[in-house]
Design a protein around this ligand. Sequence first.
Ligand code: PAF
Length: 287
Amino acid sequence: MYLFKTIKNLQRYLLACKNRNESIGFVPTMGALHEGHISLLAFAQQHCTLTVCSIFVNPTQFNEKEDFDKYPRTTEADIALLEQNGCKVLFLPDVEEIYPHPDNPAPVFDFGYLDKPMEGAHRPGHFNGVAQVVTRLLQIVQPHHLFMGQKDYQQYKIIDKMLQITQSPVVLHMCPTLREPSGLAMSSRNIRLSPKEREQAAHIYRALLLVQQSMEVLPPKQARMAALNYLEQHIQNAQPEYLEIVNAHTLERVQHWKDAAQTVVCTAVRVGNVRLIDNLLLPPQTT
Ligand code: PAF
């Protein structure tokens, strides 16, 4: 695996690849890699002849300094995992490489309603930070394909919109969430859970499944309440920040299942000190 820390060296290498007509896939990450990231890499490897991964813990997308400081950094293990899984190119820049002029304002995108609810409401500035770094990384890597996980569904929608706004030719792919046997969505933050919290966190997915199971008999508003009650009953000191059933395209709340061709239930829950998110795309309904 080639490891590049500077834009100059990465771009020199990628130019030679593009001149050979390689199709470039890109998997941006913040490290602390797990099987979920490796599945993104595997998707990219199936679609493209060359895959670039990046590891960069982006300071501009953390709205809590403590979350940034505590974000797991496991670079040595990440490098070994990428190598074992056949990654050819890793971009591992410093902050100065990505943001050489920290005073320059980040580009401000108008995401319409997409960055208003859910994560947008609870993490002010988060999506602008995500869009800022992904724009920057795309400028650097200039891939043909971009691979992102469904676990961050709202982030996926934001990046999709950002690509439309910038008229980018990059093809965006959403890859399914990988889960532990308990159902807990794989996340870099899971390593911060105690064994007890990890057991409890599995109830997050069960609450999402409860929404899916109740679709035939309950309207969205009541299905949402049932899932919130389930979380409160099953996770000690559970602090669900939100659990919303929304139109998967616009992210607006739905009143009736038939209001949207596709709905998605999204949640963020604090288990102990760890904030976890998850979502489930729901099957279409006619009522
Ligand atoms: O999903 C993530 O890990 C990050 O938000 C991303 C897309 C790598 C941008 O920093």
